[in-house]
Design a protein around this ligand. Structure first.
Ligand code: AMP
Ligand code: MG
Length: 424
């Protein structure tokens, strides 16, 4: 067989759909239609993990507030460091963290000092205790000419200066940020209010956990993956259950969601099947921005607005739900809540396996980043890649992103992988 390049007009050989927009166009349309909610609330610092900072935080104090020792040892004046050989200094007292030494210190004198203790004004250097010899009576130390002037001292304001902007509005607060806020003495933190996100599943074949399955029925798993991903994004969750493929019931559920939520997510019923009503209801009751994106899995993705409520109609297949949530709903939630943190990072590494691909759609295959026998980092796909095979997501730790026009990837070829962050 000749190695003919597949072109866009060999439609049976590709995945092109002229009605689909690209992932970049979809993201652009989503971002263009979202303004961040501008409502703040003040909450206790311990509850602020993963919340979005609503204002810049300016420090009112220096951190540390005073010059202090970084080590356990002896505080001396650098003028006492001998040019040659050694010098004996008299120990005249101690400075402990929380109990500073307050008497004057003269030439030839030093004080015992502990980590975090305030440095008296007359001294500027800490010699660590391992580098001195102590007299038998414990009243003198001997230092030598290797003693480094000004060593082991933390300057006041070295970490933060009064007036510094320590954290910017839009920061998604991490444990380190919470420590930083505590070091400024702040107990109440301004954050944006939590987004209210409603969701429901559609489909007559869906049964809830605890019910028995008749032939052709399946358990509704999408509501559980959505619930779990939304929990990790720290939003207020409104679960509207399973709605049958019935236009009136669907309209009622849409209405109920728009009454209470900033964002509505549904799964199923957005394709071109006979029971796929979601898109038509969106067009009828709101505005539809797009309904097909050139991705696999997840092409029939519907996006629009119902009044002030943003709407994502995700496809029904469980993997499609997770892919489209990660790629489109997650950025939308971040923008809407004013979260300025980066979207999940993509890096290029070699593929350990052959990856079948037709041009026409960006593919999000499920992969495992691991080390091969030679200790090189590679990515391997996780078994069968069907859009209904949720196991491919559960086994994975990344998406392997194959571009729109690319064709089959051979082992050793570089591929782009996007790490799962704390959402999947
Ligand atoms: P649909 O887009 O409604 O045609 O659904 C596509 C496929 O996804 C069908 O095989 C559905 O049975 C399945 N599906 C739809 N919703 C769910 C759900 N909530 N949980 C698991 N599978 C689903
Ligand atoms: Mg359906």
């Amino acid at each position: 067989m000749t190695n003919n390049k597949i072109t866009k007009d060999t439609s049976c050989m590709d995945d092109f759909d002229k009605n689909s927009i690209t992932t970049d166009q979809a993201i652009e349309q989503i971002f263009n239609t979202i303004s961040p909610i501008a409502e703040n609330e003040i909450i206790p610092i311990r509850e602020s993990i993963n919340r979005i900072l609503g204002e810049n935080i300016e420090s009112k104090i220096n951190v540390p507030s005073a010059r202090n020792s970084a080590m356990d040892g002896y505080a001396i004046n650098k003028k006492d460091i001998p040019k040659e050989k050694t010098k004996t200094l008299k120990i005249i007292g101690k400075s402990l963290a929380g109990s500073p030494f307050t008497k004057p210190i003269h030439n030839g004198e030093c004080v015992r000092i502990m980590t975090g203790a305030v440095m008296p004004v007359e001294v500027d250097t800490v010699v660590i205790q391992e580098n001195v010899s102590i007299s038998d009576t414990n009243t003198e130390i001997i230092i030598d000419n290797n003693t480094k002037p000004e060593a082991n001292v933390r300057q006041a304001g070295e970490d933060i200066l009064a007036g510094d902007i320590v954290l910017k509005k839009g920061k998604n607060l991490t444990p380190a940020d919470i420590g930083l806020l505590a070091s400024l003495g702040l107990s109440q933190i301004p954050v944006t209010r939590k987004l209210k996100v409603a969701f429901f599943s559609t489909g007559n074949e869906l049964r809830s956990i605890g019910e028995n399955l008749a032939v052709g029925e399946i358990y509704d798993s999408n509501r559980y993956t959505l619930y779990a991903m939304l929990s990790r994004l720290n939003v207020e969750i409104i679960d509207l259950g399973v709605i049958q493929d019935d236009v009136e019931l669907l309209k009622q559920a849409f209405y109920k969601a728009t009454e209470q939520a900033d964002l509505l997510i549904t799964s199923g019923g957005v394709s071109v099947g006979e029971a796929d009503y979601v898109k038509d209801i969106l067009i009828d009751q709101g505005n539809m921005n797009f309904w097909k994106v050139a991705i696999k899995p997840g092409r029939p993705l519907t996006y629009g607005k119902l009044g002030d409520t943003l709407f994502f109609g995700l496809p029904g297949n469980p993997v499609s739900v997770m892919v489209t949530f990660y790629q489109f709903v997650q950025p939308a939630i971040k923008k809407l809540s004013g979260d300025s943190s980066d979207l999940p990072m993509a890096i290029k590494i070699p593929s350990a396996t052959r990856l079948k691909k037709k041009p026409g759609r960006v593919e999000f295959q499920r992969g495992i980043i691991k080390k091969d026998n030679d200790n090189n980092v590679v990515v391997e796909k996780t078994g069968p890649q069907g859009s209904g095979i949720l196991r491919s997501m559960s086994d994975a730790n990344c998406f392997i992103i194959l571009p729109l026009d690319s064709e089959t990837i051979e082992p050793g070829d570089l591929v782009e992988v996007q790490l799962f962050n704390g959402v999947i």
